[in-house]
Design a protein around this ligand. Structure first.
Ligand code: ADP
Length: 883
């Protein structure tokens, strides 16, 4: 019933009352007198009644009115009250409705839910008129379980704020009400007068001064996002359904708004992502309808060289090289969604490898094709490079000395490089899938497995070791391997091994060890002291003999220096020896060393460089040798002295002999002339014999005298310039009589006639005379002699050849020795002293020349000598006394 109907009803009652009253009044006015007249005959009574007739009517109608109106007025009052209550309720509902609408409007229009939640809360708070309104947001905590934090709050005047209460931040549900979470999860409201609650909820809420509480869950889809709640701290109020409904609508609205915002955000992000992906795509994307491009991205513009504006509306086939348009068209027509490769055509008509992949999609109510254009030039190049690299890698792996292998965690071979066949005989497929340990020598197995075990759980850890490896022919080879743990590496997923055959190396090592042993043995037993020195000359290694030699123990010697324990006068020599060793790589010194027992010995040290920091030194005791040398020097000096005395003696003796000999020759010659008396034939023969013997003796003495002078060092060159031709003429003149007697033919072939030579003229003449007189002497009558002279750079070469008796080969080497004659019997036949060639050789050598002889017995001899031209330019006087 609304106010209008209440008013209408009241009006009707009043109108009806007036109508009845007017009717009764009219009846009363019309019939009261006649009625009165009928019942009252007394005039006084009648007149008195006439007087009270009006009052009686009023009382009567009043009573009637009372009887009639009272219940109606009461009903009317009641109706009015009901009407007011209804009006109040209606107003309240209207407020709730308006609040709901306002909140929904805000939530629908908002761009940021967080911004509007305080307003929503405020509006609802004002509408409900409670003490405190709040929103809590849930947080997931792996340890504490689901937690709540107060996010927003509105309070009435005089009510304390709880928004900053740290206890209401990240508060686990499990620490609060026992029923709240389950109630909210069941999408139920939590509405209670606190006094009526069970523990612990009652105590918890009472302590906060809350008398009545209403909480509703906020669900975001299926997720319990949080809750909205109302506290009444002033009244233990029973929550009205409208409050509950309002809150439910608002809570649902908040949940939906959050969900919507989330969806919008996700959509926006997705759009942005799509847009970013679309443009950041590495290729071009186009949507086309039967080849005509409807839309495309920036990528297609970059790939094709056309602008986006040019591309839209363009026939997509123009982006394909002519030869490939047929394939593309047939794929479009068949609706194929397989990726395929063609050749693309850019705006500048250059061609490039292109990969196309299309999908049929609905677009703006049409079935179109979206196609991805991918320039695969780089990919093609990379593929080619990869292929090349792979080929190279395979070739390398197949040809390197190392075998490359991969085994899994359990030691099973999962890869073997092909070159394993070359080194160990196995074909890879024969041992892939087999345990690595199957090929390891039983004696090396435990050790090798232990080494592998050390790699476990250590990514990138590396080990190296040696072991024996079984070849296909049943023999074992020593290998050196390196293993690296690449189990974590997605492209290897195993233990990577490389190994190679070191059998030869092992054998060499054994040989080296053997050799070292031998060497060590030799060193230890060597007769020499052997020292290994560092670059400062300090001993770092020594052998036993070195200790014996020096008298010091190994420990006493090690660390001491090459210079130490040398007699002070030899320290300088020792230092120089060390310097020479370091700079030249070798040195040899002899010095006096002080042994431990203070005796001194001569040591010879021969050292050589082994490396930059190591030198090897042999030391030997040469004391005895030194003594022998000393004796030898003394003996030599004595011999030289004796020789000098002898030469002097001979020189003197020759002089002493020549004087009487001159007298013998002179007087015997005089006797032969018979100037001082006649001689018989026998006497004449004796005189002749004395003369010849004297002359021979004089010749002998002269030659001995010359040799003695040379040996005594008193014969020196007296060089001058002279003509060789003149020299030969002189010699020819000198020997002409003897040659004439034997009818010998002399030929002189002087090839250096025009030039003077520079030599000792007299000695040169003596050389020529001796050689020529020998040639004449040993050549029979009618023989031939020739002299040939030649000149080399700075030498004069002269040879004297004859057709005489020659010299036996075995005597050739002796004939330049003093007193040597080929046949003693010749002495008688040919005469001579056996000193002529000795003198020739001495004179030639004084000229820095040499002499040689070529001869054949019975055929003749050739003596060839050279002298250095210009050998001397000084004149030295010959000892006049000896001369
Ligand atoms: P001799 O005074 O004996 O000639 P030499 O020293 O001149 O002494 O010669 C030594 C020896 O060399 C000679 O006795 C001779 O046997 C041999 N001899 C030297 N020249 C010739 C030659 N031209 N032909 C053969 N034998 C020669």
């Amino acid at each position: 019933m609304d106010a209008t109907s209440v008013f209408d009803r009241g009006t009707k009652i009043v109108l009806r009352f007036i109508l009845i009253y007017v009717f009764l009044a009219s009846v009363w006015v019309l019939f009261s007198d006649s009625i009165l007249t009928q019942f009252v005959s007394d005039v006084d009574t009648y007149s008195r009644l006439q007087t009270y007739k009006g009052w009686a009517f009023i009382v009567f109608t009043g009573a009637l009115l009372l009887v009639y109106l009272k219940p109606r007025i009461e009903a009317l009052n009641k109706s009015q009250k009901t009407l007011l209550d209804a009006e109040q309720e209606l107003k309240s509902r209207l407020d709730y409705e308006l609040t709901t609408v306002e909140c929904m409007q805000i939530l629908l229009e908002t761009t940021d839910i967080a911004d509007v939640l305080p307003d929503i809360l405020d509006i609802v708070h004002r509408t409900v008129g409670n003490s405190r309104s709040y929103i809590f947001q849930n947080e997931e905590d792996h340890k504490l379980g689901l937690c709540m934090s107060q996010a927003y709050e509105v309070v009435a005047d005089g009510i304390s704020r709880e928004i900053d209460n740290p206890d209401l931040k990240h508060l686990p549900y499990s620490e609060g009400s026992s029923t709240l979470l389950t109630t909210l999860q069941a999408k139920q409201h939590y509405a209670h007068v606190v006094e009526e609650l069970d523990e612990p909820d009652r105590t918890i809420l009472s302590e906060q001064g809350i008398l009545s509480i209403l909480i509703l869950p906020i669900f975001c889809g299926q997720e319990l996002w949080g809750f909205i709640g109302f506290d009444d701290c002033e009244n233990a109020r029973q929550w009205h359904e409208d409050d509950i409904n309002l809150l439910r609508i608002v809570a649902d609205g908040i949940g939906e708004a959050i969900l919507r915002k989330r969806a919008e955000k996700a959509l926006k992000e997705s759009e942005e992502r799509f847009k970013a992906l679309h443009n950041a795509s590495f290729g071009g994307i186009a949507i086309h309808d039967k080849g005509v491009i409807l839309d495309c991205n920036q990528g297609l513009s970059e790939v094709s060289g056309h602008t986006i504006e040019e591309l839209i509306g363009m026939d997509g086939l123009l982006l394909i090289a002519e030869d490939f348009r047929g394939i593309v068209m047939s794929n479009i027509l068949s609706g194929s969604e397989e990726a395929y490769e063609v050749i693309g055509l850019r705006k500048d008509f250059t061609e490039y490898p292109l990969r196309l992949e299309a999908k049929n999609i609905p677009y703006k109510e049409k079935e179109v094709r979206v196609v991805e254009f991918r320039d695969i030039s780089k990919q093609k190049k990379a593929e080619e490079a990869l292929r090349e690299n792979e080929t190279k890698l395979n070739a390398m792996i197949a040809n390197i000395a190392d075998v490359i292998a991969i085994s899994d965690e359990g030691g099973i071979n999962i890869y073997k490089s092909p070159n394993i066949e070359k080194w160990f005989g196995w074909r890879p497929e024969e041992i892939v899938g087999v345990s690595t340990w199957a090929n390891i020598h039983p004696d090396d197995l435990a050790r090798t497995q232990e080494i592998f075990a050390s790699l476990q759980d250590k990514p990138n850890a590396t080990v190296s070791a040696e072991s024996r490896y079984l070849c296909k022919d049943g023999t074992y080879k020593w290998i050196e391997f390196t293993a690296i743990n690449l189990l974590h590496n997605p492209s290897i997923k195993g233990i990577l091994l490389n190994y190679h055959d070191i059998t030869v190396h092992k054998q060499a090592e054994d040989a080296l060890r053997e050799s070292e042993k031998k060497f060590r043995n030799y060193i230890e037993n060597a007769p020499h002291g052997i020292f290994i020195l560092d670059e400062k000359g300090s001993y770092v290694e020594i052998n036993e003999t070195a200790c014996v030699l020096t008298g010091y123990s190994e420990n006493e010697l090690l660390g001491t220096n090459l210079i130490d324990r040398v007699v002070p006068e030899f320290v300088y020599k020792a230092e120089n020896g060390l310097k020479e060793l370091i700079s030249n790589g070798f040195s040899s010194v002899e010095l006096l060393f002080i042994r431990k027992d203070e005796t001194v010995c001569w040591l010879r040290r021969d050292a050589a460089k082994l490396s930059e920091t190591r030198y090897l030194m042999f030391a030997s005791d040469i004391t005895e040798k030194k003594k022998a040398e000393h004796s030898l020097i003394e003996a030599k000096m004595m011999a030289e002295e004796n020789s000098r005395i002898k030469s002097e003696f001979l020189a003197n003796m020759s002089h002493e002999l020549r004087t009487p000999l001159t007298a013998i020759i002179g007087f015997s010659d005089m006797l032969r002339t018979e100037k001082f008396g006649g001689l018989n034939e026998k006497q004449l023969g004796f005189a002749d014999h004395i003369l010849k013997s004297g002359e021979h003796l004089l010749e002998l003495i002269n030659e001995i005298l010359d040799l003695s002078k040379i040996e005594a060092g008193k014969m020196e060159l007296e060089c001058e310039e002279f003509s060789l031709s003149e020299m030969f003429d002189e010699i020819e003149t000198l020997t002409a009589p003897i040659m004439g007697r034997k009818n010998i033919d002399l030929k002189i072939d002087n090839n250096i006639q025009t030039r003077q030579i520079f030599a000792d003229r007299l000695k040169f003449k003596q050389i020529m005379y001796n050689l020529l007189s020998n040639a004449i002497k040993f050549t029979s009558d009618n023989g031939n002699i020739s002299i040939v002279a030649d000149k080399t750079d700075n030498e004069v070469l002269v040879s004297v050849s004859d057709s005489g008796i020659g010299i036996p080969e075995h005597r050739l080497k002796d004939i330049f020795n003093p007193f040597t004659q080929v046949d003693a019997s010749n002495k008688r036949k040919y005469g001579g002293t056996g000193l002529g060639l000795t003198l020739v050789k001495q004179f030639v050598e004084m000229h820095n020349g040499s002499i040689r002889v070529e001869s054949e017995e019975g055929k003749g001899s050739t003596f060839t000598f050279t002298i250095v031209d210009s050998i001397c330019n000084q004149k030295i006087s010959v000892d006049s006394e000896i001369e």
